[in-house]
Design a protein around this ligand. Structure first.
Ligand code: GP9
Ligand code: MN
Length: 437
């Protein structure tokens, strides 16, 4: 009930990480363009697949160039934190800095009824932003159509806004190249500044692709899911490259911040021993630590016109994306209810929670009952009292963070507390009909 909000408020006050003064506002008043890289894992970045002649082929050359660009703040130690809600859990994390639920999908269970203090709503309130989500699949998938109204998303361009004719789609919707090409006309018409998210789908399990679009040779393991993952990732890379060209042609590029992120793993743990040799690892010694390290996803803030881009090694998760973005846009988050902290802040909390309660920090990786040294990957077989105390505290911290997030969602706690200056969301005012033409 209402008093549960007290625990949330004191956690948030204590946990708050003040912005770094160099980074605060470096993307002020720019349009935000989130590019959702479906099932995209960090290991693909700079990865080269060896063919049967021993030749190496870069899988995602364009994304690699963005990763190394001086206009990009890139990260190498960001982990996905989704549960069974997969894509929609990643959306919950980055729109609200709240975790999905321990079971099922939060969008499905509470997305259509809860009160939120979302990115869209904060930016509308403080900076007069318009907001939009674009996705080439039916709007009801993951209950997005209802959830986005609760999030205060102004425009939702779903399958109805795209040419979904037979040859244009694969199992999970419109092919990425077509989706991104058609999307530009919509974002071009949005009142600026706008906050937008484009959700791709072609790099989705089990990674099918029509012959005409295959421009990369599959891997040669006994597992076709793994083999074709590289093929669809390459297609996604090309689609993103084309999209950057459209952005430049439309004039939107220069006054936007483009944020690229992976939503969750594409290769499940049960397949990782087959993947291991492609990563130069021995399947025989593959373990829980190795699985955990593969949960890293890309996160890149591409800010045209800047030149202080670098590859950041801070540890963090998707829960940190909302405060990080707000601070880049020059919006402080002191009064907001967020479970994560700004990745650029000196006070950023590098304790990363997996949805199942496992933990990664720069020092320890806690996988079930196993304790690993994160830097070396060594299993700590007989942990000292000190190590036990430290790792217990980490488990405790993560369990507090997850359970406070769960109580917010389960008890709809945000209806009891509105930060100063945050406008009320009116879900009934959105129909997602009669959108821009
Ligand atoms: C469907 C797409 C896929 O619209 O976003 O969701 P996922 O299966 O990855 O959760
Ligand atoms: Mn997904």
């Amino acid at each position: 009930d209402e008093s549960d909000m007290d625990a949330v408020l004191s956690y948030v006050n204590e946990h708050y990480a003040a912005p770094d003064s160099e980074m605060f506002g470096i993307a002020e008043d720019r349009n935000v363009i989130y590019l959702h890289l479906e099932s995209f894992q960090q290991f693909l970045i700079d990865y080269q697949l060896e063919d049967e002649n021993g030749e190496l082929h870069e899988v995602t050359p364009f994304l690699n160039s963005i990763f190394h660009d001086q206009q990009t703040q890139s990260f190498t130690n960001i982990f996905h934190q989704v549960g069974q809600g997969k894509t929609s859990d990643s959306e919950m994390l980055l729109e609200n800095s709240l975790f999905g639920l321990p079971q099922g999908g939060a969008f499905t269970q509470v997305g259509g009824s809860n009160t939120f203090q979302s990115a869209a709503q904060i930016l509308r309130s403080k900076k007069d932003y318009t907001s939009a989500v674009l996705h080439g699949n039916v709007g009801s998938f993951w209950n997005r159509d209802n959830t986005y109204k609760q999030l205060g998303i102004d425009y939702f361009f779903d399958a109805d806004s795209y040419d979904m004719s037979e040859g244009n789609t694969l199992e999970y919707g419109l092919k990425d190249k077509l989706f991104l090409q058609e999307s530009v006309q919509y974002i071009e018409q949005l009142p600026q500044p706008f906050y937008s998210k484009l959700i791709t789908v072609s790099n989705h399990f089990p990674y099918p692709l029509d012959e005409a679009n295959v421009e990369f040779k599959a891997a040669q393991t006994p597992d076709d899911t793994i083999n074709n993952y590289f093929v669809t990732a390459h297609y996604l890379d090309q689609a993103i490259e084309e999209f950057f060209t459209y952005l430049k042609d439309s004039g939107l590029y220069d006054n936007s911040i483009i944020v690229l992120y992976g939503d969750h793993y594409g290769i499940s743990n049960s397949r990782n021993k087959t993947l291991a040799p492609l990563l130069g690892e021995d399947p025989e010694t593959w373990n829980g630590y190795d699985n955990d390290m593969l949960q890293r996803i890309p996160l890149m803030y591409h800010i045209p016109g800047t030149d202080n881009g670098k590859i950041n090694e801070q540890f963090g998760g998707q829960v940190d994306m909302l405060p990080t973005l707000m601070h880049l846009l020059g919006v402080d988050t002191k009064d907001n209810i967020m479970m994560g902290t700004d990745l650029f802040s000196a006070d950023h909390d590098e304790t990363v929670a997996f949805r199942n309660g496992d933990v990664v920090t720069p020092k320890y990786t806690l996988d079930g009952a196993d304790i690993y040294d994160t830097a070396t990957g060594q299993l700590i077989e007989e942990p000292s009292e000190e190590v036990l105390a430290e790792t217990e505290a980490l488990k405790e911290a993560v369990s507090t963070q997850l359970s406070l997030s769960d109580s917010i969602l389960h008890s709809d706690l945000l209806r009891f507390y509105t930060p100063e200056g945050l406008l009320e969301t009116d879900p009934a005012s959105y129909s997602y009909q009669n959108q821009l033409e």
